[in-house]
Design a protein around this ligand. Structure first.
Ligand code: ADP
Length: 290
């Protein structure tokens, strides 16, 4: 089902304009919401999840008017927030059973089956009798996914899911997300470009409360094809390059600095670089692409 967000704006009581006229059309499948810290991603996620109201605008999921029919949306929503806070000191299996009850899975037999099956899906069966408080970051995230999925939502929101995970835990998390049914609309909010490159069919870039672009990884890469150039120089020459060109990023390589720039033509001394989604992202964030 599609999620349509139209002209959503939000100013907090302290005067921060967190969302400025945000409009997005999010189809079924994995959708990435990419932006730096403070861009407004969590504000938008919380609005979609009915945890806060916008000042203006409309949000519709399938035929559910999210602002009016909050209960209907909640029944079909799975939400994995950035922070869960403290878990009660009960076993993971009992906690998941309790959360499943809250989500309306009242039949004990069905609930037990689902609890065991989601612990299995998230690779937590061996740790089901331990308290979630004792879990590693990756295990907590997987438990978060189990609770978000247990009522079989049609809309799943995951906010910054891989921040703080080591590469192996991240891969495991990706695998679970990629096993979610193809009829679910999944919104993955992140500042990690590779999460989007690896998982999402569609994505948007948001910065300072505004949507800069909505596209697909393929189209994004095509847009900057032939526009990304690199050069490896000594550190002392970096300021000169920065003053002359639209620098995307700089990184150390074997004691030198590799600089990538955005340009319609090949700058002297540079070589063409195969574009990455990260180049596309920074080209937008730095205002080189309109
Ligand atoms: P992101 O999730 O992309 O990091 P947020 O939505 O958390 O962005 O924040 C967007 C902006 O709104 C930031 O400037 C943040 O400080 C501010 N903000 C977020 N929540 C609140 C709040 N409850 N009250 C006041 N300002 C907030």
């Amino acid at each position: 089902m599609d999620l349509t967000i139209e002209n959503v704006s939000k100013t907090y009581p302290n005067g921060v304009e967190a969302l400025k006229n945000v409009s997005l059309k999010i189809p079924t499948g994995m959708f990435g919401l990419l932006g730096p810290n403070g861009a407004g991603k969590s504000s938008l996620m919380r609005t979609i999840a009915t945890l806060q109201n916008p000042d203006t605008g409309a949000l519709v999921f399938g035929n559910i008017n999210i602002l009016k029919d909050q209960e209907d949306l909640r029944k079909t929503l799975g939400y994995l927030p950035q922070e869960f806070g403290v878990y009660p000191k009960i076993s993971a299996i009992d906690l998941l059973d309790y959360l499943a009850t809250l989500k309306g899975i009242t039949d004990p037999k069905e609930r037990k089956e689902r609890v065991l099956s989601f612990l299995n899906l998230t690779n937590l069966s061996a740790h089901k009798d331990k308290s979630v408080n004792t879990y590693s970051g990756g295990m907590k995230q997987r438990f978060g996914i189990a609770q978000a999925l247990i009522a079989q939502p049609k809309l799943l929101i995951v906010d910054e899911p891989t921040a703080g995970l080591d590469p192996e835990e991240r891969l495991r998390f990706y695998n679970i997300l990629s096993e979610i049914g193809s009829d679910v609309t999944v919104i993955l909010s992140t500042h990690i470009v590779s999460d989007v490159a690896d998982l999402c069919q569609n994505f948007a870039i948001i910065n300072e409360g505004r949507v800069l672009v909505q596209t697909t990884p393929k189209e994004g890469l095509a847009e900057i094809e032939g526009k990304i150039w690199s050069i490896t120089i000594e550190k002392k020459n970096v300021p000169e390059i920065e003053s002359k060109y639209k620098v995307i990023n700089t990184r150390y390589t074997m004691g030198m600095i590799a600089v990538k720039v955005f340009s319609d033509h090949c700058p002297e001394g540079f070589t063409e670089s195969i574009p990455t989604l990260e180049d596309y992202y920074f080209s937008h964030i730095k205002g080189y692409l309109k």
